[in-house]
Design a protein around this ligand. Structure first.
Ligand code: NAP
Ligand code: MG
Length: 402
């Protein structure tokens, strides 16, 4: 069979531990036999981040700006224990944080849906994608405990000399201030509208503008202004809608819905709601994620981490049954987007077939341990398979589709 050619490269960002092992296997078993793989490779393993003083993370982000499409393996975000384990000179920043701040992007997280792995909310037959605004609010808030020595008025002072009283403390208490910027909210809104168009999915946005008449209202106003001026016509052409409602109303509507929307959330709402949605759909290993910049750069990855516990088993020579689905979907997301941008129909078709083969494999009763516990159908041979057997089974199903 002739291999599929790629016109432009994908930025390939390698990572750590068990997901780094899966990364190699996925490429060897499911991609390289079919595609003349054209990538620009960045090794973001913790060892190489240490060796390059983390320059490699920045280089990878700029490469995505250049080529517009990237795929990323999970990486270790170092903590004190990792600093010791890897003998690091510094507690390097989270690579995802670095990518997000350079690309100024929004993260969209979505479940991969399979028959037999049923969401805890039975009506959720279509995926719910959460878009979390990952800048500002309480995450960069300034807080203070007001003790006896600080009692009295807490005021905001502005550069024009004006002031606003926040609270007059007569007793001990707490205070917090937070901020956001128009630029960041505009970029968030644009990423959401672009992603809705790119996936032809309805977009919901929720906030608490009735209570927060300046802060949350600013988010609402920016979303509406950008929608009216830049996206309304395109949304109508593509037969998709933009819907705003209060956060509490959104929560109750989402629970009663069939899914199938992108739900854009402010930073804190997105943090909380994405965990609820991921849990309700069954498994973290079935959540994929894509970072979309306001300029239309896309970086795909799995939502889970490097699966450390499995890696230590693997290193000890034991078999693991690690789920590679979200990492496979990161690759198919990137290959499909590359195909779309390059008008490479063959590449897009391959990506769709690989997704289908992965789902067909699970639906035929072949899956990893984490899914076997949730599956309501009958497992082949009444048991789950190991990490590599799972990939070989997907390959068998892929060949049937090609
Ligand atoms: P994790 O790697 O997601 O794993 C937590 C547990 O979830 C695993 O021990 C495993 O449970 C289960 N799990 C997750 N993914 C799985 C998969 N693909 N197949 C089967 N089971 C899976 O989270 P963590 O242990 O909190 O973090 C490990 C490292 O990953 C940390 O260094 C963290 O910094 C990093 N991390 C990176 C990213 C990223 O790059 N995007 C995101 C999150 C965390 P069992 O052990 O019960 O089988
Ligand atoms: Mg959270």
């Amino acid at each position: 069979m002739k291999k599929i050619q790629m016109i432009n490269p994908i930025v390939e960002i390698d990572g750590d531990e068990m997901t780094r092992i899966l990364w190699e296997w996925i490429k060897d078993i499911l991609i390289k036999p079919y595609i003349e793989l054209n990538t620009e490779y960045y090794d973001l393993s913790l060892v190489n981040r240490e060796n390059t003083k983390d320059q490699i993370s920045k280089d990878a982000a700029f490469a995505i700006k250049k080529y517009k499409v990237g795929v990323k393996c999970a990486t270790i975000t170092p903590n004190a224990q990792r600093v010791k384990e890897y003998n690091l000179t510094q507690m390097w920043k989270s690579p995802n944080g670095t990518l997000r701040s350079i690309l100024d992007g929004t993260v969209f997280r979505y479940p991969i849906i399979v028959n037999g792995i049923n969401p805890l909310i039975p009506t959720w037959t279509k995926p719910i994608t959460i878009a979390r605004h990952a800048y500002g609010d309480v995450y960069s808030g300034v807080e203070e405990y007001i003790d006896e020595s600080k009692l009295g008025k807490v005021v905001l002072k502005f550069s024009d000399g004006s002031e606003k009283i926040i609270f007059d403390f007569k007793d001990n208490g707490i205070v917090q201030s937070m901020h956001n910027t128009d630029k960041s909210i505009i970029n968030f809104a644009k990423s959401c509208f672009n992603y809705a168009l790119s996936t032809k999915t309805d977009l919901w946005f929720s906030a608490k503008d009735t209570i927060s008449k300046i802060y949350d209202h600013r988010f609402k106003d920016i979303f509406f202004e950008i929608y009216e001026n830049e996206y309304k016509e395109k949304f109508i052409e593509n037969n998709i809608s933009f819907f705003y409602t209060l956060i509490d109303d959104a929560v109750s509507r989402i629970v009663k819905s069939n899914g199938g929307m992108i739900w854009a959330c402010k930073n804190y709402d997105g943090d909380v709601m994405s965990d609820m949605v991921a849990t309700a759909y069954g498994s973290l290993a079935m959540m994929a994620s894509v970072l979309v910049s306001p300029n239309g750069d896309y970086e795909y990855e799995a939502a889970h981490g490097t699966v450390t516990r499995h890696y230590y088993k693997y290193k000890a020579g034991e078999e693991t049954s690690t789920n590679s689905v979200a990492t496979i979907f990161a690759w198919t997301g990137a290959l499909n987007k590359r195909g779309e941008l390059d008008n490479n129909i063959e590449l897009q078709k391959f990506a769709k077939n690989l997704e289908k083969a992965t789902i067909n494999t699970i639906e035929s009763g072949i899956m990893t341990k984490d899914l076997a516990c949730l599956y309501t159908g009958k497992l082949v041979n009444d048991t789950y398979v190991n990490s590599k057997e799972f990939l070989y089974s997907i390959n068998d199903n892929l060949q049937k589709l090609l």
